[in-house]
Design a binder for this molecule. Structure first.
Ligand code: SF4
Length: 376
């Protein structure tokens, strides 16, 4: 098997089409309803160690990735993942299964019902760009407004469901019987109008108006990202930079009936209380919660610098958000941060109040010079 080239614009890996990275293949799993049962997690930890380098990652779409998989071991891993029932057996349906859910769903509630109906109708969708996705955010209040999705379903105070194109502040009110068909119609409209330059809904809507009947109802005010600690379903703990080793994840799974993934690098450990672990964050005031860093070198072939150790070191020195990026692509965070360090030729450029693509204030600094600069 030859892994596809990740530099192709708009290309998005799936379990059947893993991405080649600096440490081997990255195999992405999209858990149904963002939930993995205890036995599935424990088996995934074993597989991560057996076929990869024992490192697992949580993405900003609430997916799980196994890293460092060898090309020779990949076919056997794929069989094991299918046996574990964490993939759709149809690679094309698996590719389309970009469905984020509000992680605070309760058994058989509206979020679960809508997500299941949408999943069952994935074969009715037109051929969408690989990164095109959906957010089923019909809990008490919307929590996924900042997470990546192109068509959103949100609860309205009236009890109806708002179907909203990403980038709009309003949508169309539906009930449960017609919400998913409206999603399909919106996806059809997108495909008829998308261009090579506009392959996400938000980008397209900068150039073209959505039909008026899809913009009549204002969206509810979104809730902030939930804090760490207890919630109705269990305990929320953060995974620094979204990366965890199999041993630590096993320690979580040993206690939890199941683990729900979120787009915030936070895990919801079902029915767990009072858990703590030295490699996880349970204190809402921990500076690591304000730090983003991509895998960097040696994990990513585009990076000339290591990122996460430096991010840990400087997070307490920065008042606000800090982003350490292995290169100017800025995979870990597309928005501006108070301080962004961008790797280039083995050193770092510093951007203040900008993204990894913004003009740097200073260039060519070593990690030592950066610490000095930020401590001043
Ligand atoms: S930002 Fe980081 S992960 Fe993304 S391509 Fe650059 S080095 Fe790799």
């Amino acid at each position: 098997m030859t892994a596809p080239d990740p530099s192709v614009k708009g290309w998005c890996p799936s379990a059947y089409r893993p991405m080649m990275s600096g440490d081997g293949l990255v195999v992405r799993i999209r858990p149904n309803l963002a939930r993995l049962k205890q036995a599935q997690i424990l088996e995934l930890c074993d597989l991560a160690e057996r076929f990869g380098n024992g490192i697992l990652e949580f993405t900003n779409r609430a997916n799980l990735q196994l890293r460092g998989i060898s090309e020779t071991g990949f076919p056997e891993l794929l069989d094991a993942l299918n046996a574990l029932q964490v993939l759709d057996t149809d690679p094309e349906i698996e590719r389309r299964r970009n469905i984020l859910v509000n992680p605070f769903w309760k058994y058989a509630d509206r979020t679960v019902r809508l997500a299941n109906v949408l999943a069952a109708k994935l074969d009715k969708l037109p051929d969408l760009p690989a990164k095109f996705g959906f957010a089923v955010d019909t809990g008490e209040w919307p929590v996924l407004a900042e997470a990546s999705a192109d068509i959103r379903l949100e609860a309205l105070a009236s009890g109806d469901i708002l179907v909203r194109a990403d980038g709009m502040q309003s949508g169309v009110a539906c009930d449960e019987s017609n919400a998913i068909d409206t999603v399909l119609a919106m996806a059809d409209w997108f495909v008829r109008n998308a261009t090579n330059e506009a392959r996400r809904m938000r980008t397209l809507l900068r150039h073209i108006h959505l039909p008026e009947h899809w913009t009549q109802h204002p969206a509810a005010t979104p809730a902030p990202v939930p804090g760490l600690g207890q919630c109705d379903q269990g305990q929320l703990v953060a995974v620094p930079f979204g990366q965890i080793d199999a041993k630590t994840l096993r320690a979580c799974a040993d206690l939890a009936e199941a683990i729900r993934l979120t787009p915030w690098r936070i895990l919801l450990l079902e029915r767990v209380t009072g858990f703590s672990h030295p490699d996880l964050v349970t204190d809402q005031n921990d500076p690591l919660l304000q730090a983003d860093a991509c895998p960097g070198a040696p994990l990513c072939a585009s990076a000339s610098v290591a990122t996460r150790a430096l991010a840990r070191q400087i997070a307490p020195l920065v008042a606000g958000r800090v982003h350490v990026s292995g290169c100017s692509k800025g995979c870990a965070r597309s928005k501006a941060s108070d301080v962004t360090l961008v790797g280039r030729d083995g050193l770092f450029d510093i951007v203040r109040s900008g993204t990894a693509q913004a003009s740097p204030e200073r260039t060519g600094l070593s990690p030592k010079e950066i610490s000095k600069e930020l401590s001043a």
